[in-house]
Each structure stands twice: as structure tokens, then as C-alpha cells.
Ligand binder design. Structure first.
Ligand SMILES: C[S@@+](CC[C@H](N)C(=O)[O-])C[C@H]1O[C@@H](n2cnc3c(N)ncnc32)[C@H](O)[C@@H]1O
Length: 320
């Protein structure tokens, strides 16, 4: 643990070996796949912030509209003076809408992207100098412990951005169960979930005209070249994203333009023409579908808010 004034930093991040292990394993399977958690090196986090500003990318501004409109009700459900844990906190922008009213005992942003987490924690601290910040670099898709867990302080959690949709439904269930366990009975989880809608709207959101989402997707290969001993050629791959209505999810892939071979850490991987690496799924849920999932994982659905066009939902769940 290291500290700077009221900022404490805990590094629970898995070592480089995990990137190597998971990438080598993911490219050895058929179809090839790499977890979206590896998008977020420092540049990937910056590109994600650019995505949130895009005209086509409605989720961020819609979730913000809901948080702004219902802030008073949300704060009443979350409760004051809690240890407020934010999962996948990114730039810690959305939590600002609730911080003044929530007055948490402490704020624990948890994110896999270390440099971005530290920068965001520092920026937040500059604006909220009395906030006790416990920034934690960790992979929430695996078991991890809360590095700061004061006794008798109630806990509340915030998981915005519809990141729950990046899990396969069985993984989402396991993740929610873990969150329920570390929060404890009667604690509240506030979670943003993108909704099923017109496929055209969804396809546009993940295929923006400026090509930022494409750059975000392709940056995964740059990262692998930089951090592992790999020789991906950017020009041999293109961004490919579409809504899969049978599975109710956006699928993001990197598609090989030509047949070729890539070497990573001395291992060769062959790509056929049009073969893809599946890099992200983003499941969309109706309100009923998501509440049913949350209930099986040990939560009671307390309240849900949506925007007028019913593009996005924010759920308040309580651990039973
Ligand atoms: C889609 S962005 C959302 C960012 C922000 N919460 C928002 O709503 O705009 C996902 C965030 O979760 C982080 N993240 C993704 N997978 C993660 C994992 N397995 N463990 C911890 N953080 C993760 C990323 O670094 C990124 O900041």
C-alpha cells in the first residue's frame, strides 16, 4: 500500500504473466478470443474516454442523464457514510454526480488500468480534498479481497457503464454473487445496464464514423506487441462489430484481412482470411431479464430508473 495525503493505493493487479497466459490460451482456442479487460492499458483507457463523447455512443450520456435526474432518490437508497466501492471506475466521472450528497466515509475506485486509475484518483482528490480515497488496482473478473474494509462501516457499490454486459451471463451471475458476498446483507448495489433496442442504433454505437471504437479495438494488438514479444501487423486486421439478435449481444471482433501467421513469445498462430479474434461481447438486457439474473445471484430488485426513450437502465439492488 502507498499513500499520498488522503489517497491510498493498493496494487492487487495480476502480473504480466496473466496477460501472456490468457492471450496465448485465447489464441489457441477455436474461435480465437481475448478478454475485453485487456483493452485497458493507458492508451486504451484514453480511447474509451473518447468513445464516451461520440455522437453515436448513447450509453454514457444516457446513464448520466438518469443519474442526474434521480440523484436524490438514488442517494436515499445508497445511504450516507458508507464505504463506497466503484467497480471499473475509469475516470471516476459519474460518481461525482452523487458524491456531494452521499458524503461517503471513504471511496474505493477499483480498476484494472493502473496509470489511469492513479491519475483519476488524483484528479478527484484535487476536487474533493476531504474525500478519503482508497484506489485499488485489481481484476474484478476474478476473486479478490477488499484491501480496505473498516469494521462497522456499511458498504455500498456502484458499477456503471453497463460493464456487466461484458460478462457471459454465467460469468455475470458469478460476478454478482461475489459482489453480494463482499458487500454483505442489506447492502446496496447501483448498477447501469444497457437495454435491448433497435439493432441499427446498437450497430451505429459500436461502429462510429470517426473510427474511435475501431482504434480502441485495434489497440489491443498494439498492446500485445508492446508488452509481449509479438508481431501483429495492424494493417492485416480490421474492426468488425455487429448486434447478434439470437444472443442479445453486440460482438466485437478483430478480423484478419489475409491469411497470415503471427508470432507471440516464440509461438506461431495462423490466421485464415476473414478469421476473427472475438474481443468483446456487450450483452443487452430487458429490465425483467436483468432483475431475474440479479435475483438468482442473491439480490432483491428494489428500484429501476430509465431514460424516456428506454435506452438505458440504472438498477438499485439490495443483498438479501
Ligand atoms: C466500459 S469502461 C467504463 C468506465 C466508467 N465506469 C464508465 O461508466 O464510463 C470499463 C472500465 O472498467 C475497467 N475494467 C474492465 N475490466 C476490468 C476488470 N476485469 N477488472 C477491473 N476493472 C476492469 C476498465 O479499465 C474501464 O475503466
Amino acid at each position: 500500500m502507498s499513500s499520498l495525503a488522503n489517497i491510498h493505493f493498493y496494487d492487487l493487479h495480476p502480473p504480466l504473466a496473466n496477460l501472456k497466459e490468457e492471450v496465448l490460451q485465447g489464441l489457441s482456442t477455436s474461435p480465437k478470443a481475448i478478454s475485453p479487460k485487456f483493452f485497458y492499458d493507458e492508451y486504451g483507457s484514453q480511447l474509451f474516454d473518447q468513445i464516451t463523447e461520440l455522437e453515436e455512443y448513447y450509453p454514457t450520456r444516457t446513464e448520466i442523464t438518469i443519474l442526474e435526474e434521480y440523484a436524490d432518490e438514488i442517494v436515499a437508497f445508497l445511504g450516507k457514510d458508507a464505504l463506497l466501492i466503484e467497480l471499473g471506475s475509469g475516470s471516476s466521472q459519474k460518481i461525482r454526480l452523487l458524491l456531494d450528497a452521499l458524503k461517503p466515509a471513504a471511496y474505493m475506485p477499483i480498476d484494472i488500468s493502473k496509470a489511469h486509475l492513479l491519475k483519476s484518483a488524483q484528479t478527484l482528490f484535487n476536487d474533493y480534498p476531504h474525500l478519503d480515497i482508497h484506489a485499488t488496482c485489481a481484476d474484478y473478473s476474478d476473486h479478490f479481497h477488499l484491501p480496505y474494509n473498516p469494521e462497522k462501516v456499511p458498504k455500498a457499490a456502484f458499477f456503471p457503464g453497463s460493464s456487466i454486459g461484458n460478462f457471459e451471463p454465467s460469468q455475470a451471475y458469478a460476478f454478482l454473487k461475489r459482489v453480494a458476498d463482499f458487500l454483505g446483507k442489506n447492502s446496496t448495489l447501483l448498477i447501469g445496464v444497457d437495454m435491448k433496442k433497435d439493432p441499427q442504433r446498437l450497430n451505429e454505437a459500436y461502429n462510429d464514423a470517426k473510427g474511435v471504437t475501431a482504434a480502441f479495438n485495434l489497440n489491443l494488438l498494439q498492446r500485445i506487441n508492446q508488452e509481449l514479444d509479438a508481431n501483429f501487423e495492424m494493417d492485416y486486421f480490421k474492426h468488425y462489430a455487429f448486434y447478434n439478435p439470437q444472443l442479445g449481444r453486440i460482438e466485437m471482433h478483430l478480423m484478419s484481412n489475409i491469411p497470415h501467421e503471427v508470432h507471440i513469445d516464440g509461438q506461431a498462430f495462423y490466421f485464415k482470411e476473414n478469421e476473427t479474434i472475438h474481443t468483446e461481447s456487450s450483452y443487452k438486457y430487458t429490465i425483467d431479464e436483468f432483475q431475474a439474473l440479479a435475483q438468482t445471484a442473491g439480490f432483491q430488485a428494489v428500484k429501476v430508473w430509465t431514460d424516456k426513450a428506454r435506452l438505458f437502465s440504472v438498477h438499485c439492488l439490495r443483498v438479501i
